[in-house]
Write a protein of this length. Sequence first.
Length: 367
Amino acid sequence: MDNFRADLQDLLFKITELLKNGGFWGWVSVFVLSLFLTVIIKGSLKFLVYRLQKLTFLNGIIWHGLIVQALSKTKSSVVFLWILYPLLHFLQLNEQLKYVAYNAVVIATVLQCGFWGFSSINYWREHFLNKKMAGNVSASAALGLLYAFMQGIFLFVLILIGLSNLGVDVAALLAGLGVGGIAIALAAQNVLGDLLASLSIVLDKPFVVSDYIVVGSEQGTVEHIGIKTTRVRSLSGEQLVFSNKDLLESRIHNFKRMRERRVIQKIGVIYSTPIEKLEQIPIWVKDIIEKYSKLRLDRCHFCKYGDSSLDFELVFWVSDPDYKIFMDHQEKLLLDIFRKFTLEKIEFAFPTQTLHIESLPVTAATT
């Protein structure tokens, strides 16, 4: 073991002396050593990626996939330059060669960061955004826009960092771009507002395609969610086009996400109805509702003395949010109530007026 250490130290000393002497063999030694270390490091990275991919219990974790993606995207040529650059300092280089070597390393590092960054953004898109947008066929346009926007921002920042390390005055460049960016933003603020609203709709999902929504006095089924507008098919057949920005600033009623429907129904009977039958009406209504599996009684009360009727308030739930099913069951319920009231000889009230005329005394009429 001691002999091996001595031989290794002797080899490293000879390599160092050879590099210091420079010349042809010095350059050859630098390149051979850099190539040798590159092969070792690249082989180690591949083995590490292989082992990480075998750890199936980590496959569901995002950072695990990002690490595997980054390691697999590491380029051998960049690793070679990273190893070569410090070794070149052992050689007698002039300032021009040092400048060229430094710039080559900076450019290679920027490119490698670009590979890592774009692969990470793509991984985020495939394993996060695509899952979040699953089932939304209209989200592809906004998803592509968000993906391109993130790539553009990352590329812009990466270029600025690279130029700064190459000696370019980035502050003056940013000042010029800032003035132009403000002018462009002011000119396109409406379009940008709709684009950001589209991303909000896609990511937050206040509604998706096929949802039935009500916006103000307009209502219909969502057909398409675009980059600038959302299209809704109304019940009367025409297509309604909403600006995404205006849509998010409005109050949206999403009936597709209704789990069950609450219904309030008024029932009025005439004042001559016997008190015994008034007391039985809530019991009869409860028995009728219990016949239907999709209906659930909340309450039924004698609630008010109306102008021409004794008013009952019936509140019940329909377990299915579908509007047609609700109307079908409400129709059956009202018909059953009508049959029961007819059988019990209870009359429904309707607005009536009774005019009482008081006759004048005979003496007053003759005078």
